[in-house]
Write a protein that binds this ligand. Sequence first.
Ligand SMILES: Nc1ncnc2c1ncn2[C@@H]1O[C@H](COP(=O)(O)OP(=O)(O)O)[C@@H](O)[C@H]1O
Ligand SMILES: [Mg+2]
Length: 369
Amino acid sequence: MIDIVLKGVSKDFGKYLAVDTLDLTIKEHDFHTLLGPSGCGKTTTLRMVAGLEEPTSGDIFIGKHAVFSSKNLINVSPAKRNIALIFQDYALWPHMTVFDNIKFGLEVLHIKKNEVKRKISRILENVHLEGLEKRYPNELSGGQQQRVSMARMLVIEPKILMMDEPLSNLDAKLRSSMRSEIKRLHNNIGATTIYVTHDQEEAMALSDMITVMNNGKVQQTASPLELYDHPENIFVAGFVGNPPVNLLNGRVIKQGLQKVLINSDFLGQINIDNIQNVTLKKDQSVIIGIRPEDITLYSSNPDKNSAEATIITILPTGSETLVEIKLGDKIISAKVERHNSYEINTKVYLAFESHSIHLFDSESGRRLN
Ligand SMILES: Nc1ncnc2c1ncn2[C@@H]1O[C@H](COP(=O)(O)OP(=O)(O)O)[C@@H](O)[C@H]1O
Ligand SMILES: [Mg+2]
């Protein structure tokens, strides 16, 4: 197995700790995304794996081989790590055609002329650029240029692919078609991919596994749906999901066997099952998270977990509609069907199932259920 493993990897820039004792395993053939807000250490992590940045401490393995070890003074050069890197800005040689730009990537390999031609036409097909071999970069759209730069990386058939926000310069429509392109390419070449983005939707759509980072630390590593269904802390719950999870304060009334009764601001008493192995104190403060899509609105009192609220904004997206409602002094978002008869300034009843609630400890932010 050619897994990529980081053990206790840290990087400080002077006094600033950009990456803090990171432990991470990227399984062979996985599409693994580092997701987090700007400045959380994603690029630094990627550059350390590629050998472009030297960690302050820790060990990095690619397969069985250590490519970096602070203890054992190992630091394999970037060229020997066999990694292809694709960055946000796709610098192509302006005076070279598409064909020559891609050939440039192959030059290090010293292969025969026919073989070069064959490889280039195959990769051009792969990125849907057949017939554009003779064009110059300034004769291509931004998206086409980006695909040429990907083709240049992919033509050497790298086993490990690293991409740092490769789509952030593209417009929305192209971004979504390039997403499927990238996923297909990853599967076709059987690569192991480490992908960096701050865009949670992009991460969800592309990845087998996602590592959410914040302040240089791993928050959670899980599959996209596991992250969404079972965020391990308030940060992950808030970062994954659009619009973000609604958060309300609450207090513990009493704890039973694997369950707890809480009193929530504006929602009243809620019984929550599947409480993890923790002891909760009476009156301990907790945070209740409910996703907008787990809320149902009713025009009359539905006789279950519910609360009265007022509609303040209605935001149709086409496929569904987002409704903002005022609950006490809180604004809550709910996703509803696209055809509806809601009107602003009218009363509704917000209802939810208690099993859809994410419960967190308000001090540590950790998940409790
Ligand atoms: N060469 C550098 N010198 C000093 N600080 C840096 C350097 N590179 C990155 N940083 C800092 O390290 C933190 C993490 O940066 P980075 O890994 O680029 O974050 P991300 O890619 O998640 O946006 C940021 O606060 C950034 O300002
Ligand atoms: Mg970055």
